[in-house]
Design a protein around this ligand. Structure first.
Ligand code: NAD
Length: 260
């Protein structure tokens, strides 16, 4: 049994998840990453001595169960699960969303979190301790036009956060969701470009509107999210459960488009 606390971070081989994994290692966690990008998994393992990243598609329940069993076999406990893996899905009006894209977005962002949580919950219950953090979005708290599958996945994740907090609370397991706004990085650049294309305007104009949606008129930084993960997992977070916490400079709206 490991004498370090153990964390699982899904989608942790790049992007926000990599930032979370790195911050948790800084807090002395033994971090295991489940990610379905082989290239990023290889890169992660090449730069982390214990090769703790595993290739795993979180939408595949059997693969997830096998990987979680493997982690338990190696370290004997799981203290923290961060359900971070998610895809942005299509940017399109509802009638133009392909059903396969709808399904894929939900399979990764919603079913993926269910798959990992259902494998980890019995382990945390047996320990009578644990914390689960779901990386949702401000799009899980309000409507966001042209993002139907993503919004559905994130609202679903917030509903599961409440439900799992209730189911698992008496086992001393806390469950919370984090709701970032747009985070600087390659993923949001892609969302902005697709939105600009759909609206026939420039990416700069889209970026400007996204920033105006927040009271602080700014994007979230990846480090804002990892700092909150560490806080919730640490001593300050011990009485916090069932919450969906905005890390978004206070999103006022996701719809302040002139003329739309
Ligand atoms: P990203 O696309 O940069 O990284 C996602 C990571 O998840 C990648 O390493 C990818 O390989 C992995 N992944 C994708 N599908 C997977 C699967 N089926 N199984 C396992 N791993 C998988 O995304 P990001 O910007 O780092 O976003 C991380 C989380 O934060 C997502 O849930 C996203 O919805 C949420 N979020 C992001 C933003 C943003 O602006 N980037 C804003 C709010 C919320």
């Amino acid at each position: 049994m490991s004498d370090q606390p153990v964390a699982i971070v899904t989608g942790g081989a790049s992007g926000i998840g990599l930032g979370i994994a790195t911050a948790l290692m800084g807090e002395d966690y033994d971090v295991f990453v489940l990610d379905n990008d082989l290239h990023h998994v290889d890169d992660y393992n090449a730069s982390h001595p214990l090769s703790r990243a595993r290739f795993c598609d979180v939408s595949d329940a059997l693969a997830v169960a096998t990987e979680i069993d493997g982690v338990l076999h190696v370290v004997g406990r799981i203290d923290l699960l961060v359900n971070n893996a998610g895809i942005s899905g299509p940017t399109a009006p509802v009638e133009a969303v392909d059903p396969s894209e709808w399904q894929k977005t939900l399979d990764v962002g919603l079913t993926g979190a269910f798959n990992v949580t259902r494998s980890v919950a019995p382990i945390m219950k047996a320990q009578s301790s644990g914390a689960i953090i779901n990386i949702a979005s401000n799009a899980g708290l309000m409507g966001c036009p042209n993002r139907s599958p993503y919004v559905a996945a994130k609202w679903g994740l917030i509903g599961l956060t409440k439900t799992w907090a209730m189911e698992l609370g008496s086992f001393n397991i806390r469950v919370n969701a984090l709701c970032p706004a747009s985070v600087r990085g390659s993923r949001i650049d892609g969302v902005i470009e697709r939105d600009a294309l759909a609206r026939g305007i420039t990416p700069e104009a889209v970026r400007e509107v996204y920033q105006r949606q927040s009271s602080l008129r700014t994007f979230t930084r990846a480090e804002d999210i990892s700092a909150m993960v560490c806080y919730l997992a640490g001593p300050g977070g011990q009485r916090i459960s069932g919450q969906s916490i905005g890390i978004d400079g206070h999103t006022e709206t996701l719809t302040n488009w002139l003329g739309s």
